[in-house]
Design a protein around this ligand. Structure first.
Ligand code: PYC
Length: 313
């Protein structure tokens, strides 16, 4: 007897060039708090994750967003973000993509909406013109001027910061942040990430620093960046959680007051506008604004005879 193909309904979008694939239906049930469900997704549903975002249905740059009913009925949604290697605490571009997807489905109107993520509740404001502003979780720098020796790169200095994920923000302004140098940028950033792990440099409670940011000058923006994501894809957008981490570092250095707009450009030239809305102690509350566009509405088929039904890798 041939088993029927499992089907998963997804909606694809991109935010400033970075793809998000929202899973609308077809994922097996997960029980518990959002953090417990995130751990279950990692431990027991890894093959569903790889089926959705990995080749042959996806690719390394796609961030998946499992749409779930919120614990608080006044929230718009709950979400667990994931990629080709695991789950993410938060995702700025993904939240913008999720809100645009819900707008496309007729489930989000302009206004402010709470969205539950494993690292806390964020607020997404859908503007009349289609832009979305994400009031992210409290972000902060946890270590400044960390120096490490990176094999093949040399001595590197940077800051460790939390913006919903853990980041290492490399000091210095480089002039080679362009798509012509993606291979070299990715290799250097990956070498820095490995050197941090080898040197025992972590986020809070030993958390792995799985994102690395390189910075350079930009024309008509405050800064340009290259962001390496955990599965080695680079972020096509300026990375919402990465910009949050950047704002925390700028504020800690006395370089960005509350309320001043910071424009961050990605390595492909797309932009987010960001602002620190409030500060308490060493924590800043960033608001990141960008726009997403729906690019596809599909049903993924996982045929039982397909040797790659669970994706490659
Ligand atoms: O926008 O926060 C973000 C993000 C994280 C990983 C990819 N994009």
């Amino acid at each position: 007897m041939t088993l029927p193909a499992a089907t998963i309904r997804v909606i694809d979008s991109h935010t400033a060039g970075e793809p998000t694939r929202v899973v609308v239906a077809g994922w097996p049930d997960l029980e518990g708090s959002l953090e417990e469900r995130r751990r279950l997704l990692e431990a027991r549903h890894a093959q569903w994750r790889t089926a959705v975002v990995n080749e042959p249905r996806g690719h390394a740059a796609i961030v998946g967003a499992l749409l779930l009913p919120p614990a608080d009925p006044s929230s718009l949604a709950a979400v667990i973000f994931f990629n080709n290697v695991g789950t993410l605490g938060m995702c700025g571009h993904g939240t913008i993509g999720l809100v645009e997807t819900l707008r496309h489905l007729g489930r989000a109107a302009p206004g402010r909406h709470a969205i539950e993520t494993p690292v806390g509740v964020v607020e997404a404001e859908l503007h009349d013109d289609g832009r979305v502003s994400v009031r992210n979780v409290a972000s902060r720098r946890t270590a400044a001027g960390v120096e490490i020796d990176v094999p093949g790169v040399g001595r590197v200095r940077g800051d460790v910061a939390w913006g919903g994920n853990w980041f290492f923000l490399v000091h210095g302004e480089r002039r080679d942040l362009s798509t012509a140098h993606l291979g070299r940028l990715g290799a250097e950033a990956a070498a820095i990430r490995s050197a941090l792990a080898a040197a025992g440099v972590t986020g809070d409670d030993g958390a792995e620093i799985d994102h690395v940011e390189l910075f350079g000058p930009a024309e008509g923006a405050d800064s340009r960046s290259f962001v390496l994501c955990p599965g080695d894809a680079y972020d096509r957008s300026p990375c919402g959680t990465g910009v949050s981490a950047k704002l925390a570092c700028l504020h800690a250095d006395g370089r960005l007051p509350v309320g001043r707009v910071w424009t961050q450009e990605s390595v492909i030239g797309s932009r987010f506008e960001a602002v620190i809305e409030r500060v308490q102690g060493d924590a800043v509350w960033p608001v990141i604004t960008g726009r997403a566009f729906v690019t596809g509405v599909s049903t993924l088929h996982l045929h039982p005879d397909d040797p790659f039904r669970w994706g490659i890798g």
